[in-house]
Unconditional design. Sequence first.
Length: 204
Amino acid sequence: MIYIPVVHSVADMGSLSEVVKKEYIEKYSKEKWEEHLRIIQDMWDGIRKKIDELNLNYKKVKIYQDGLPVCGREQEIVQEVAEKGSKNYEIILELMAKGAILEGTENPGLLLEEYKYMQNISKITNLAEKEMAIRKYEEKSRELLFQRDVYIARRIDRTLSEDEIGILFMGMKHEVDKRLPGDIIVTYLIYRLPFKASYEPARI
């Protein structure tokens, strides 16, 4: 399993993207937002290059993606998000064109539960109420994240054969690598994101 820690771009956030952008600019500045976008672009350019350098046999590669539900529409979702400008999903399409197989990765029920929390927070205009809602979400999100990671690890264990290589794109807060069974050997495309200290996602 090739584990790739990532920071999500705005295009990956779907209907919440404009909210995230607005919150970030209000908290930091438009200049910081533009710098953030450049950093994300550089990150994905570097990831694409490192994957190419692996010279994988893509007919034996399976792709797993943070936030991609098991639903039967996985390829359609990837296509739609890539068309909106997601570098992550563009890379997935490139790998699929080379022969890699896309797998649904996440429990849709858990994803929907987390999305509803975030959507509700984005609608709150009162600052004190929003801060309280964020604190409640942060408490709940730890348990949701654990449940999601356990599901993803089990999903990988069920779908990845002994002679196959998995590529897993996962947000930095996830710990799927710690949940995988011992017979799946994990290697890391990058051990850390070099710009991590300068990146702070906007809270919504």
